[in-house]
Design a protein around this ligand. Structure first.
Ligand SMILES: Cc1ncc(COP(=O)(O)O)c(C=O)c1O
Length: 383
């Protein structure tokens, strides 16, 4: 007998103690009408804030007009979105493939890299996290993820030690098709790669014919100091992947590829029934417009810096990340801080590092809202 509707679901997700019924900006409203500040952002998804009216209207208008038609026909929104993404990504990233999620985007980028290089191996970075398909699990750092890939007969990726240039040099050999790296590692706690590490990765990959792929599923779309982390670092990969915030909650993923991976791609090389569907493209186009019109990248930099200063003043020994993807290390179990913040109706994230509290709020977060978060943190740290 099922006591809750929830019980019919496979129990694969730890559950937060909130039942949101509506949301606006950085706030959620629960079943009792109480407001919660969302510094978790629905896992870095609510880029423009919850249910931004322009995104909602774009989705509704497109759904009324034509909910879906297949990629077997061109659609103006799909073409326009591809152009808008290319305009926001560094040259020469000039071709886009749309899918529905971050894992799919990474999986497809790896397909392109294997096809372009004729090699099978992949390298990833310790602490990295890339998704739940078999090929992406093989690149995730952590025994349970690796076990999933191994059970499926997938070879694990070669591992480069985080921010270790010697390890890049030693690991990237001529069996490797791609180095898959998050410029800011989300799951690890917003651990940002050093400029030197990414610059060396770029140089070594170019010298050895390896595709450099940035997984920007979490750190991209304006979250970490520029529209892409590639731009923030001034390092141009051969492809980057986007998802999460791209549709402000409407599922969409994208691979944006440069000539190394895009040249030579033809009909049938990749595909997805729903990828680049009209409603998803409408959501993503509206998201891009809101990010531009409301200057959300600048806001993320400004409010992120304010949070970092505030967290240090509260005793954080290290603040990882950039913009509004931050990892606060208070040398305390982050799960306890997260739980204590729940009692203040503030949502935050944790990380694979048990002492890092992860913040990935909507990019609309204001200084005043950041102060609500800092005040909550001050109270739970003092308790
Ligand atoms: C960096 C990174 N890559 C890939 C993924 C997988 O994305 P999705 O859950 O949309 O498949 C995630 C999800 O958390 C992520 O943070």
């Amino acid at each position: 007998m099922l006591s809750e509707p929830q019980d019919a679901l496979l129990p694969v997700y730890a559950q937060m103690p909130i039942r949101p019924v509506s949301g606006r900006g950085a706030w959620l409203v629960d079943e009792d009408g109480a407001e919660w500040l969302d510094a978790y952002g629905g896992h870095a998804v609510a880029a423009t804030g919850h249910s931004h009216p322009r995104v909602v209207e774009a989705v509704a208008a497109q759904a009324r007009q034509l909910m879906f038609y297949s990629t077997a026909v061109p659609h103006p929104l799909r073409s326009r979105l591809a152009r808008e993404l290319v305009a926001r990504c560094p040259d020469p990233l000039g071709r886009v493939f749309f899918c529905n999620s971050g894992a799919e985007a990474n999986e497809n980028a790896l397909h392109l890299a294997r096809k372009a290089t004729g090699r099978t191996g992949v390298a990833s970075v310790t602490g990295g996290w890339h998704g739940r398909t078999v090929a992406t699990l093989a690149c995730c750092d952590g025994p349970s993820y690796e076990a999933g890939a191994l059970r499926a007969g997938m070879a694990l990726s070669s591992r480069v030690a985080f921010n270790d240039i010697g390890s890049l040099d030693a690991t990237l050999d001529d069996r490797i098709a791609a180095l898959l790296v998050e410029p800011v590692q989300g799951m690890a706690g917003a651990r940002d790669c050093s400029m030197e590490f990414l610059t060396a990765a770029r140089r070594i990959c170019a010298e050895r014919g390896i595709a450099l792929v940035f997984d920007e599923v979490q750190c991209g779309v304006g979250r970490s100091g520029a529209f892409t982390a590639a731009e923030r670092y001034g390092v141009v990969p051969d492809a980057l992947t986007l998802a999460k915030g791209l549709g402000s909650g409407y599922p969409i993923g994208a691979v944006v590829a440069g000539p190394m991976l895009a040249d030579g791609v033809g009909v049938g090389d990749l595909g997805s029934t729903f990828g680049g569907g009209p409603v998803a493209c409408a959501a993503a186009l509206a998201t891009l417009e809101v990010i531009t019109d409301e200057d959300l990248v600048a806001n993320a930099i400004r409010v992120g810096a304010h949070l970092a200063v505030g967290a240090r003043a509260l005793g954080a020994r290290k603040v990882w990340g950039h913009g509004l993807l931050l990892g606060l290390d208070f040398s305390r179990p982050a799960r306890e801080l997260q739980r204590a913040l729940f009692t203040h109706r503030i949502l935050t994230g944790t990380a694979s590092d048990p002492e890092i509290l992860r913040l990935m709020p909507p990019l609309t977060l204001s200084i005043q809202e950041a102060d609500v978060l800092l005040a909550g943190l001050r109270e739970v740290l003092a308790a």
